[in-house]
Ligand binder design. Structure first.
Ligand code: TA6
Length: 300
């Protein structure tokens, strides 16, 4: 669909407009009474979310590249239909293909409370079919209000079961990594990627002072990012998710990635809600699995 057609069919005055921000990169710009947000059609990638009167909740690197087929550094990348490396084929992209392929918009709606609802669907193509031979549909519903609600829904349309790994790989904006603590994962078991997937148990709140890359398993708990610098807490409330991933690349890795900027890692942390490792989801024919996360800001 062209930009003009998208706006004719799906724009809503005072809620949603579609814009082309770089060649081949169209975003839905949401601006309502409660918040501002930008969602790229590629990857149905929520790039920004900022409740009015607040600092941005979602971190987007100032050096993020908006280019067809490239993952955007920051925002809410969708890892699907596997998390991390592919189980058997190392040539397939890490975290799956959903974040780098085109999606289409199915619906936009202004809700009675002033929030904006948008629904996207992944477009099947030879690229997706060769990497993932299981017939299914994938939709993302986003409600932009005072809080941000994200629902990722996978439906098995084939006649065989499959295993699904997934995550909303959300980057959060924080004042400085030294001023934040993540709560909600106390006593939880995790696999530590920095220590070659060693099995560990979280004791207290998570404080980050070096590279952190952990998959917490068997946890349905809310997480809260307490940020003393911004005097706020970000609550991450989830359903349909048994894994939480916490990631900060720290100096050396962030420098190597090339799209963080100098000290960019100090102003972000990823707290990812999903199903990974032993928590992958088995989806029988005609079954639907929903991963739902609500991000909201509380005073500290
Ligand atoms: O979720 C944490 C992680 O898997 C890390 O291991 C790190 O590589 C990160 O995601 C970013 O991955 P990306 O493919 O977006 O560069």
């Amino acid at each position: 669909m062209t930009l003009t057609e998208l706006n004719e069919r799906f724009a809503i005055g005072n809620h949603v407009q579609f814009k082309e921000i770089a060649e081949g990169m169209i975003v839905a710009e949401v601006a309502n009474h409660h918040a501002l947000a930008n969602i790229a059609l590629q990857g149905a990638h929520i790039a920004t979310f900022q409740p009015r009167g607040e600092e941005p909740v979602i971190w987007l690197s100032p050096f993020a590249k908006f280019a067809p087929g490239k993952s955007i550094r920051g925002g809410v990348p969708i890892c699907w239909p596997w998390f991390g490396p592919h189980k058997t084929d190392s040539k397939l992209p890490g975290h799956g293909f959903a974040r780098t392929v085109p999606w289409e918009i199915f619906e936009t709606k202004a809700l009675p409370d002033g929030s904006t609802f948008l629904r996207f669907g992944l477009v099947e193509s030879d690229v997706t079919r060769t990497q993932w031979p299981h017939p299914c549909t994938l939709q993302l519903s986003v409600t932009v209000g005072k809080s941000l609600r994200v629902e990722l829904s996978t439906h098995n349309t084939g006649n065989a079961a499959f295993e699904l790994g997934e995550a909303l790989h959300t980057y959060f904006q924080i004042s400085d990594v030294a001023k934040m603590t993540i709560r909600g994962l106390e006593d939880c078991a995790y696999l530590d990627k920095v220590q070659d997937f060693a099995h560990c148990t979280q004791k207290d709140g998570i404080v980050i002072e070096s590279e952190v890359d952990r998959v917490y398993v068997n946890t349905a708990a809310d997480c809260v990012i307490e940020d003393k610098g911004l005097k706020r807490a970000i609550r991450i409330a989830k359903q349909g998710s048994m894994s939480t991933v916490v990631w900060n690349p720290w100096t050396e890795k962030a420098d190597k990635m090339g799209d963080f900027g100098e000290n960019g890692h100090r102003g972000m942390v990823c707290v990812e809600s999903g199903n990974a490792m032993e928590n992958v989801v088995k989806l029988a024919p005609d079954e639907t699995h929903k991963l739902v996360v609500v991000y909201s800001v509380e005073k500290l």
